[in-house]
Design a protein around this ligand. Structure first.
Ligand SMILES: Cc1cc2nc3c(=O)[nH]c(=O)nc-3n(C[C@H](O)[C@H](O)[C@H](O)COP(=O)(O)OP(=O)(O)OC[C@H]3O[C@@H](n4cnc5c(N)ncnc54)[C@H](O)[C@@H]3O)c2cc1C
Length: 329
């Protein structure tokens, strides 16, 4: 999201931009896993909209069918039982799945997908990027890193002192996600997202059916995304995926007091860097190092939300455009 926002703003400002992404499709933590059992959002589940410019963009995406209002039916399960929740802000998601929004924003941008940048070389005031896949890309006079803080820090270790990016900014929490296809729908159909306060393992469960105004197809069972708590994810970070999927499914069965239908299939995805430990709302929302021709953006520079990632990318690009304009005067 941050990379796409920055690229769009830079292109609008007259720059020529090329994006590199290790993923096979744009999306990052807004990506959707496609399986033989349907599509599952394993990262961001929905997003809120507070900023006016972001609202304008989301309105346009909604009109073009890439975004839809997230069903506002939320519930909480705690020691005293089921509670219905009313979210304060309207929430949205990609349509038909979360990755539709990054795909929409990526239209018209030059992107090399499936290229994991492994090292960076800077000479003659130009950056060269070397990918794990063996490609070499050269001749970039500015480099914008829109990857999670710890990964950004590792990539620039040879070019920037470690303390240049403060540790409080780059620290991020992990999260295990599990996708679950059940043979039959759950009994409680009133919620789309469920917070599990009493579970030591799970923090959130979302239904993947029934968005986009479509009636859920109950004949195809139930497709759920489960998100684990950050502390549980950290302790279990190196465990096998199958073990994790089993443990998270068992935790859901516990939480629902034995009403979980049989499982058809499940799998787990590890987000090593899921969300920043803390928000930095009062800060600029990016880091720019003029001498090194380097800029960093992403949710970790502002707040662990989709909207914050977009704002960070855009602010970084605006700053860079001003810097380039100042230099050429
Ligand atoms: C489980 C989970 C649940 C979440 N829930 C919500 C939610 O409900 N609401 C909300 O608003 N936000 C939520 N978030 C946070 C939200 O997803 C992020 O804030 C946002 O997507 C971050 O966008 P970004 O552009 O900063 O980073 P990313 O999405 O991480 O993008 C970084 C990109 O860089 C690429 N990349 C990384 N390293 C390299 C490399 N070496 N070479 C090439 N490419 C590379 C990646 O493939 C990726 O495309 C959630 C996140 C997770 C993980």
């Amino acid at each position: 999201m941050a990379g796409l926002a920055a690229a769009r703003e830079l292109e609008d400002g007259g720059m020529r931009v090329h994006l590199f992404d290790k993923g096979s499709r744009p999306g990052g933590r807004m990506s959707t896993k496609t399986t033989d059992h349907g599509a599952f959002d394993l990262g961001a589940q929905y997003f809120s909209v507070r900023d006016d410019d972001f609202a304008t963009l989301i309105d346009a995406a909604q009109r073009d069918g890439a975004v839809t209002a997230w069903p506002q039916c939320m519930a909480r399960l705690d020691d005293s039982g089921w509670q219905q929740r009313k979210p304060h802000h309207p929430r949205y998601c990609g349509a038909p799945s979360m990755d539709a929004l990054p795909r929409y924003l990526a239209q018209g941008l030059a992107i090399s997908s499936g290229q994991q940048i492994e090292s960076l070389v800077r000479d003659d005031e130009c950056w060269t990027l070397l990918s794990r896949q063996g490609e070499r890309y050269q001749g970039f006079d500015q480099l914008v890193l829109a990857v999670p803080g710890p990964q950004a820090q590792a990539l620039v270790a040879a070019h920037l002192p470690a303390a240049a990016l403060p540790a409080r900014c780059t620290a991020m929490t992990p999260c295990w996600s599990t996708w679950l296809h059940l043979e039959a729908p759950l009994d409680d159909r009133f919620w789309q997202g469920l917070t599990l306060d009493a579970s030591p393992v799970l923090r959130w469960v979302a239904r993947n059916q029934g968005r986009n105004g479509a009636a859920p197809d109950h004949d195809s069972g139930e497709r759920l995304s489960l998100l684990a708590r950050a502390d549980w994810s950290a302790i279990n970070l190196e465990r096998e995926r199958d073990d994790i999927a089993t443990a998270m499914t068992a935790a859901l069965a516990d939480g629902l007091a034995g009403t979980l239908p049989n499982v058809k299939a499940c799998g787990a995805h590890r987000w090593r860097y899921a969300q920043p430990y803390c928000a930095h709302q009062s800060e600029a929302g990016y880091h720019h190092f003029a001498e090194q021709q380097l800029t960093f953006c992403g949710d970790w520079c502002l707040d662990g939300r989709v909207e914050a990632a977009w704002l960070s990318g855009r602010r970084a690009a605006r700053h860079l455009l001003e810097h380039i304009a100042d230099r050429s005067h």
